[in-house]
Design a protein around this ligand. Sequence first.
Ligand code: GDP
Length: 449
Amino acid sequence: MIFHDTETIVAPATAVGGALCVIRISGKEAIAICDNIFQGRKPLSEAKTATLHYGNIVDGGVVVDDVVVSVFRAPHSYTGEDSIEISAHGSRYIVNKILSLITHQGARIAEAGEFTRRAFLAGRMDLSQAEAVADIIASSSQAAHAIASTQMRGAYSDELRALREELIRITSLLELELDFSEEDVEFANRDELRNLLNTILNKVNSLANSFSLGNALKEGIMVAIAGRPNVGKSTLLNRLAGEDRAMVSDIAGTTRDTIEITTNIDGVTYRFIDTAGMHSTNDRLEQMGIERTEQALRKARIILWMQDCNECHSSMEDFSPTPNQTLLRVVNKIDLMEGHHTPSAQDELVPTFYISAKSGEGVDKLIEEFKSLTNASSAYEGEVIVSSQRHYDALIQSRTALQSALNALNAGISSDLLSEDIRQVMHHIGTITGEITSDDILKSIFSKF
Ligand code: GDP
């Protein structure tokens, strides 16, 4: 534990304006402070943990509100400290009045994330679980919720703890060798060590690789719709969003800037970006739009390259997706096509979808393709998926140290250098769960609450 909090803190736990509002108090004085402003059947100081008490909040004999007070005694509370939750009516006046009564008794208003920070410092949860609390509050889709929920329930920490335990076992064997350095003994069997390091490296790799999906599911899967002016990008965007949000017109270059629409498909958030048409122009405004298009194309996970069916035999614009991106060719306006389309050579090169953005024909198949590319099912099945940039960075640093340890091992380098590399891996993994931490890291994490 880094420091002990001695002050009692208070804050509303719910947004004011609903029928009810919950005000939380945590700290040594929580119960005594509440007793000074609460009148129930008996004093809260006599209450058992996890009990509810009906009564009034009073200000010098005047009733402010009738409330229900929950009492949680240390260590059986969220923060691990004595805690009170007051359920009052959600009027701004009542909430402010109760807060001011409590602060007059010596409590102070909590900082962002302070209840959860205290829970972490009291060992009620590890750091990755505490971060998941913020993610779960912010989750706006089923997939983002599933990832945060797995992390909050500790599946993630269990995997990391298991890794750390293996590493501790290796280092203790290596360090035992140091004590006997003159005798040239090897307690840690080198083949076994190599296997173990490789197993850990695989695990770290698979966690790091899950970040691309985890981050996309948390932030929303970015799908860029690109193509020449007038091919029907805005029309497709409107169909996908189910509402008329982008401007549709048949004057080339109408979509001057990128327009983003966020929509939810089967529990996953998609961020569709209608980009400005890619064509050479002297118009300054359009030029800026095109630059933003290029930015959107770089960030997108899926790129839809749209063509008009009347021009679909013209060559594809020159665009090469990165390994993390999927390029899909979308041939639009098939309602204007006479008879059946004849597949072109491009159909073989890039997965191609024939649609009518206007009538909706073929759009379902395109959506099915988004779903299969996204593969959100692993999140729902409780698989551990990394969605935090901080965790990803720590995993990449662990990977570098692991590779360096393996190189040292293969080169027959002495056990002290080897164990130093392994200590580095333990350090970086420890920063994820909070075994290794600093005030700065904690500040930056909990200020996001
Ligand atoms: P953008 O410049 O690529 O965004 O193209 P728009 O979505 O603004 O569409 C340009 C024109 O094509 C508009 O008049 C649309 O109504 C029309 N359009 C778009 N999709 C279709 C389609 O599937 N079929 C037909 N017949 N017209 C379409």
